[in-house]
Design a protein around this ligand. Structure first.
Ligand SMILES: [Zn+2]
Length: 257
């Protein structure tokens, strides 16, 4: 099982070495802004390295929303990010499932997801596999609760989307981690990446605050069991820098075996 971390985009390969990571995930531009992926001087180095690369889409992206002024730029930026991700040889582009504002119907958000894939398809499809990630919060989120996730996959399954399972988001979003891999795979048929994070908050708290493995409210054995069952690469998005993440990676590597 390949295990790594979400790192600063400054120097992902140095960050990987520091953490003994076999996988890195990073942003291609300021994650809080509407800006295109930046060109990277280390693109060829990343491509040639034996480290698996995943790219995370900016936080602002919400392709599900009914708000045109967010949805349209989100759709465009996601497409550009998928193209940008190829320059570093990324295996996947992770994007949050998004949400509609109350009192809009989740199904409208799901239909906006379908339109996002249709838009990409018109231009030859996403250049990097898009991995939709489950989220922790929001009553009207497309990929928080699995009843909605199931309807989302009914709408976009034909486009062959990927899935990223975040253990903190599942726990805080109110989806039990026990047996979760089978429940997800029954819907999506696949798990492409695990975000292995502990949660500072309680089950179904809807709060998205990651913690180091074993320091939060999730039984570490449960996180290990999810990783084993999924058989997918793992990225920790945990705090406390190289030391905190390095310890999390070492712990998981030891326990997952
Ligand atoms: Zn995550």
């Amino acid at each position: 099982m390949r295990i790594g971390a979400h790192v600063d985009r400054q120097d992902p390969l140095a960050a990987a070495a520091e953490r003994k990571a076999e996988v890195v995930q990073f942003f291609l531009s300021d994650p809080q802004a509407w800006v295109d992926p930046e060109d990277r001087t280390d693109a060829e180095e990343l491509k040639a390295s034996d480290i698996d690369v995943f790219i995370h889409a900016p936080y602002r992206i919400n392709v599900a929303t009914m708000n045109n002024r967010i949805r349209i730029p989100s759709r465009k930026l996601l497409f550009k990010y998928a193209t940008g991700a190829t320059t570093v040889g990324a295996k996947g582009l992770i994007v949050h499932g998004g949400h509609v504002d109350k009192p809009e119907d989740i199904d409208k958000g799901i239909d906006n997801w379908r339109k996002t894939f249709a838009y990409a398809e018109e231009q030859g499809g996403f250049a990097t596999p898009v991995l939709i990630e489950n989220t922790a919060g929001g009553d009207n989120a497309c990929a928080r609760r699995f009843d909605a996730l199931s309807r989302l996959w009914d709408a976009i399954g034909e486009y062959n989307p990927g899935f990223c399972l975040d253990t903190c988001h599942a726990h805080a979003g109110g989806e039990d981690l026990l047996g979760i891999v089978d429940r997800v795979k029954a819907i999506t048929g696949r798990i492409d990446l695990i975000h292995a994070n502990d949660s500072r908050d309680a089950f179904d708290s809807r709060r998205d605050r990651h913690d180091n493995i074993g320091k939060g409210q999730i039984d570490p054995d449960l996180i290990v069991a999810v990783i084993r069952a999924a058989g997918a690469p793992v990225v920790v998005e945990t705090p406390n820098g190289a030391e905190g993440q390095g310890d999390d990676i070492a712990f998981l590597r030891d326990r997952v075996g």
